[in-house]
Design a binder for this molecule. Structure first.
Ligand SMILES: Cc1cc2nc3c(=O)[nH]c(=O)nc-3n(C[C@H](O)[C@H](O)[C@H](O)COP(=O)(O)OP(=O)(O)OC[C@H]3O[C@@H](n4cnc5c(N)ncnc54)[C@H](O)[C@@H]3O)c2cc1C
Length: 334
């Protein structure tokens, strides 16, 4: 394999029901940095049915080209159909790097492709950089998050990685930016289609999405119990925020997993993150340290959370949170 034949940074632009997912735009932002360092192009792979109209959005967020595979077979995500289409694109265009969102779709598709392409895949990367030799350095937590491992795929191409939503940042949108759209017609081996979509059942709309919240009031073991979380909810209500949690309280059954922040929960990047009674274990920090402004309340002045906090209050949250709620409710007129 001659590595020199493999060029450009590709992003699998995940869409659901025709809507480009935020993670795709975040990956384009990162791809732009990598491509600038390599002096190469950013290329988005867009797969679906009646989908090519979305290509301009990808161009405005940083794609120089969009390869669009449009076919009725690709209307809904199905592993084999999508694997065949993206595999054909990759083997034809020979990218050097391909990035996927670490979503249910990306986590299903990327391993299939890496096996078919006989190349490596690094999952859940938190940092992507280019080495002096022009190789992709993919960093992710290892050994339960206690150390960060940097992995390289030097022998095979493409270099592939998945990145969780919220980890990378979108570039600013450049309205009217110009780029090429290349139509790609995949050919399907339908004998391999073993799975048929029978019904699409929508997830319960009542579910919260803490990754979309501008302010998160997050509680840990120091909050103690449901009653403690009721106080956090009162603070969240005043701030128009969502309540989230460390894993300790999810494991204790106090809070639902969908609200867990961290390595095995969600990665969040709100404007304000309150860390209340949270010690700041590395696995928790992995999910929130990129927040714009972090306010920590902890009774232990040596708690590691204070190392990442912009504002730290040493004290008992049971006393401080109700006072804060009361004071803020007088200040904020809704
Ligand atoms: C593979 C793996 C994956 C993991 N994934 C995650 C993850 O996704 N998310 C996550 O959060 N954790 C995760 N963990 C667990 C993580 O290592 C920690 O155990 C967990 O984050 C601790 O939660 P905590 O900070 O709430 O509890 P603790 O570490 O027990 O901290 C409680 C804090 O509350 C303070 N406190 C107590 N009472 C009060 C009070 N009255 N007022 C103020 N402060 C008070 C204490 O001083 C202490 O600092 C993972 C661990 C492993 C091994």
């Amino acid at each position: 394999m001659d590595k020199l034949n493999y060029k450009n940074v590709y992003v699998f632009a995940e869409q659901r029901e025709g809507v480009i997912q935020s993670v795709a735009l975040e990956l384009l932002g990162k791809a732009k940095d990598l491509a600038t360092t390599l002096n190469e192009k950013v290329i988005a792979i867009l797969v679906g049915s009646q989908i090519c109209g979305q290509a301009q959005t990808l161009i405005e967020y940083g794609a120089d080209e969009v390869i669009c595979a449009d076919a009725p077979e690709l209307k809904d995500y199905l592993t084999e159909q999508y694997s065949q289409a993206v595999y054909q694109i990759i083997t034809k265009y020979q990218p050097s790097i391909v990035l996927f969102g670490a979503t249910t779709i990306g986590r299903d598709l990327a391993p299939r492709l890496s096996a078919r392409l006989a190349t490596g895949l690094t999952a859940d990367c938190t940092r992507l950089e280019i080495s002096e030799e022009g190789e992709l350095m993919m960093t992710r937590p290892a050994f339960g998050g206690n150390l960060m491992a940097t992995i390289m795929c030097t022998e095979n191409r493409p270099q592939m990685s998945t990145v969780r939503p919220g980890v990378m940042q979108k570039a600013d949108r450049e309205i009217g930016r110009k780029g090429n759209v290349i139509a790609f017609k995949p050919t399907f081996d339908t004998t391999k289609f073993k799975v048929r979509l029978v019904e699409n059942v929508k997830e319960d709309k009542g579910k919260v999405d803490i990754t979309a919240a501008k302010i998160l009031v997050s509680g840990g073991r120091g909050v103690g119990c449901q009653e403690g979380f009721d106080k956090l909810q009162a603070l969240a209500d005043v701030l128009n925020a969502q309540v989230s949690s460390s894993r300790a309280m999810v494991d204790a059954g106090v809070i639902a997993h969908e609200r867990q922040v961290g390595q095995t929960g969600k990665t969040v990047r709100p404007d304000i993150y309150f860390a209340l009674g949270i010690s700041g274990a590395i696995q928790h920090l992995a999910g929130m340290e990129e927040s714009e402004f972090i306010i920590a309340i902890n009774k232990d002045k040596y708690a590691p959370i204070f190392n990442v906090a912009d504002l730290g209050i040493v004290g008992d949250l049971n006393k401080i949170v109700p006072l804060l709620t009361e004071r803020l409710s007088k200040m904020i007129v809704k």
